[in-house]
Design a protein around this ligand. Structure first.
Ligand code: FAD
Ligand code: 2HG
Ligand code: ZN
Length: 490
C-alpha cells in the first residue's frame, strides 16, 4: 500500500530478506546501529520516525534503518546494496521539506547520525572538518567557542545535519552575508553507489586542478553519492549583533527599506527577512506570544547586523530605523536591547514553518523570482484559492491562510498555503498554476529546499531538456543501477 498512486515500485530492486539483514548486522553489530523490521516486529514504532518526513506529508515503508559509524562502513553497505540491487535513501536530520529524505516504498534508510565527529579545526584559517552527521547547531556552538561561525543558519539547526545541509544546498537566514555553500565548502568525502570512496576533503581555499566535482554533490539530494565528511571555510564570528523589527504598509515600501538597509548598513548587514501579516497572525495564534509591535501592518521586516563594535553598530541601526521612519517607509519599529529580545524577535521569523502545519496540512512553494514581483505571487495565489471557494474561516473551507515570507535579501519567497487538511482540490488549484507563474517570470521553482519527491514532476519549469539530459548522464555515471534515492527528482 502506498500514498503515491502514480509511482510504481521498480521491480529491478530486490526485496529485503533475512539474509540481507544478517549481512548488515554482521557489519554493524546487532545493537542500535541497525533498526530491523524484517526479522523483528518490535521495531515498527522505531521505524516510523525514519519513514515519515518533518511535515508528516510523505511516508515510506522501509523495514530497515542502518546507522554506519564510519566511511568504511558506508562503503561496505553501498557495495553490498549495489551488488544485490537494494535501493537506499540517505538521511540526515530528516528536516527536508520536499519529501526527499524518506523512502517512497521499502528503500533502506542510511542514516548518518553516528558520523557526527568534529575532527579538525584550524583557528588561523577557520577551516572546519566534520562528519556529515554533525548537527548544524553543534558545529556552530563548537565554532562559537573558537570565535568563528558556521556560514549557514536556519530554523532546523537543532536537528539538521551538515551533510544534509550540503545535500540540499541549504540557503538559510544569512546567505546574504555569508554566501552559498557552493562558495564556502572547501571539500567533501563521499561514497558512490558501488562503494567507491571519493576523497576530495580538500582544506584549501584555492584549488584549480580540473573539474570541481564536489560541487555536484552540493544540492544533489543524495542521488549521486553519500557525503560522509565535510570541510568548510568558516568566517570570524562578529562579537556584536543587533536586530530591528518593523512594520510597513506595502511591498513597495519593503523594497525601499531593503534598498536603504543595503545603503546604510552595508558591510554589517547580516540578514534582511520578510514576513507578511498572515504569517505573523498564525505565529501569534499558535504561540500566544505578545506581538513585538503595538500595531498590525501588512508587512514586517527583520534586519540583523553583525559587526565588531556594538555601540557603533547599534548607532547605525538606530539611525537607519529613524531615517526610514522619518521618510514614511516604515510605520513602526523596535530594536532588541539584549540577547533575550534578539532571540524573541527572531522567533517571529524562525517560528513560521512550525506553525504553518499546525492546523492540518501545508502546501509549500520555495520560489526565486525577480524581487519586484515577489509578493505578487502570494496575492495572485490567494485570489485564485479564494475564487475557487476554498479559503475561509469555517471547516468546510480547506484553506485557512495563504501567506508569504522569506529571504528578501536573496529574492527568495516562501509561499505557503496553510490548510485544515490535505485536499486534492487545493492541490489542483495550486499546481501547475504556481509553477507556470514562476516560469513565466524566469524564476526558479526551488530556491533552496530542492526538488525531492514534491517537485519531481515540475523540474522542467526551471531546467531545459538539454540540462535534464546532462543531469541524467551524470546520475548514470555515478549510480549506474539507480539505487541511490530512487523515485525522486531524477
Ligand atoms: P534530510 O532532510 O535528512 O535530507 C535532505 C536530503 O538530503 C534528502 O534528499 C537526503 O536523501 C539527502 N541527504 C541527507 N544527508 C545526506 C548525506 N550525508 N549524503 C547524501 N545525501 C544526504 N532550508 C533552507 O535552505 N533554508 C532554510 O532557512 C530552511 N529552514 C528550515 C526550517 C525548518 C523548521 C525546517 C524543518 C527545514 C528548513 N529547511 C531550510 C529545509 C532544509 O533543507 C533542511 O532543514 C536541511 O538542510 C536538511 O538537512 P537534514 O540533515 O535534515 O537533511
Ligand atoms: C525558512 O526560511 C525555511 O523558514 C522554511 O526555508 C520555509 O516553511 C517554509 O516554506
Ligand atoms: Zn527559507
Amino acid at each position: 500500500s502506498t500514498k503515491y498512486p502514480d509511482i510504481k515500485r521498480d521491480d529491478r530492486f530486490a526485496r529485503l530478506t533475512p539474509d540481507h539483514v544478517a549481512f548488515f548486522k554482521g557489519l554493524l553489530g546487532s545493537g542500535s546501529a541497525v533498526i530491523d523490521g524484517v526479522t523483528s516486529d518490535a521495531a515498527a514504532d522505531d521505524l516510523e520516525s525514519f519513514n515519515s518526513d518533518w511535515m508528516r506529508k510523505y511516508r515510506g515503508h522501509c523495514q530497515l534503518v542502518l546507522k554506519p559509524g564510519s566511511t568504511d562502513e558506508v562503503s561496505k553497505i553501498l557495495k553490498y546494496c549495489n551488488d544485490n540491487m537494494l535501493a537506499v535513501v540517505p538521511q540526515g536530520g530528516n528536516t527536508g521539506l520536499v519529501g526527499g529524505s524518506v523512502p517512497v516504498f521499502d528503500e533502506i534508510v542510511i542514516n548518518l547520525s553516528r558520523m557526527d565527529q568534529i575532527t579538525e579545526f584550524d583557528d588561523v584559517s577557520g577551516t572546519l572538518v566534520a562528519g556529515a552527521g554533525c548537527i548544524l547547531e553543534v558545529a556552530d556552538q563548537f565554532l562559537a567557542g573558537k570565535g568563528y561561525i558556521f556560514p549557514l543558519d536556519l530554523g532546523a539547526k537543532g536537528s539538521c545535519h551538515i551533510g544534509g545541509n550540503l545535500s540540499t544546498n541549504a540557503g538559510g537566514l544569512r546567505l546574504l552575508r555569508y554566501g552559498s555553500l557552493h562558495g564556502s565548502v572547501l571539500g567533501i568525502e563521499a561514497v558512490l553507489a558501488d562503494g567507491t570512496i571519493v576523497d576530495d576533503l580538500c582544506k584549501l581555499r584555492k584549488n584549480n586542478t580540473g573539474y570541481d566535482l564536489k560541487q555536484l554533490f552540493i544540492g544533489a539530494e543524495g542521488t549521486i553519492g553519500i557525503i560522509t565528511k565535510v570541510s568548510i571555510q568558516c568566517p570570524q564570528r562578529s562579537p556584536a549583533q543587533n536586530v530591528a523589527f518593523f512594520g510597513l504598509e506595502s511591498f513597495e515600501q519593503v523594497q525601499k527599506a531593503f534598498r536603504a538597509a543595503k545603503g546604510q548598513l552595508s558591510e554589517i548587514l547580516s540578514a534582511f527577512e520578510l514576513m507578511d501579516e498572515g504569517s505573523q497572525a498564525l505565529v501569534r495564534e499558535v504561540t500566544g506570544n505578545r506581538r513585538p509591535l503595538d500595531g498590525q501592518y501588512p508587512f514586517y521586516c527583520l534586519v540583523e547586523t553583525s559587526g565588531s563594535n556594538a555601540d557603533h553598530d547599534s548607532e547605525k541601526l538606530e539611525s537607519f530605523l529613524e531615517d526610514v521612519m522619518e521618510k514614511g517607509i516604515v510605520l513602526g519599529g523596535t530594536l532588541a536591547q539584549d540577547e533575550t529580545q534578539r532571540r524573541a524577535l527572531w522567533g517571529w521569523r524562525e517560528g513560521i514553518p512550525e506553525v504553518l502545519g499546525h492546523f492540518g496540512g501545508v502546501y509549500k512553494y520555495d520560489v526565486s523570482i525577480p524581487i519586484k514581483q515577489m509578493y505578487q505571487m502570494v496575492e495572485d495565489t490567494r485570489a485564485r484559492i479564494d475564487a475557487a471557494g476554498l479559503l475561509g474561516d469555517t471547516d468546510e473551507h480547506p484553506v485557512r491562510a495563504v501567506v508569504g515570507y522569506g529571504h528578501m535579501g536573496d529574492s527568495n519567497l516562501h509561499l505557503n498555503v496553510s490548510t485544515r487538511r490535505f485536499d486534492e482540490r487545493v492541490e489542483k488549484v495550486l499546481e501547475p498554476f504556481v509553477y507556470e507563474w514562476i516560469a513565466e517570470r524566469q524564476g526558479s521553482i526551488s530556491a533552496e529546499h530542492g526538488l525531492g519527491l514534491a517537485k519531481k514532476k515540475y523540474i522542467g519549469y526551471s531546467r531545459t531538456p538539454t540540462m535534464l539530459g546532462l543531469m541524467k548522464q551524470i546520475k548514470t555515471l555515478y549510480d549506474p543501477n539507480g539505487i541511490l534515492n530512487p523515485y525522486k527528482y531524477i
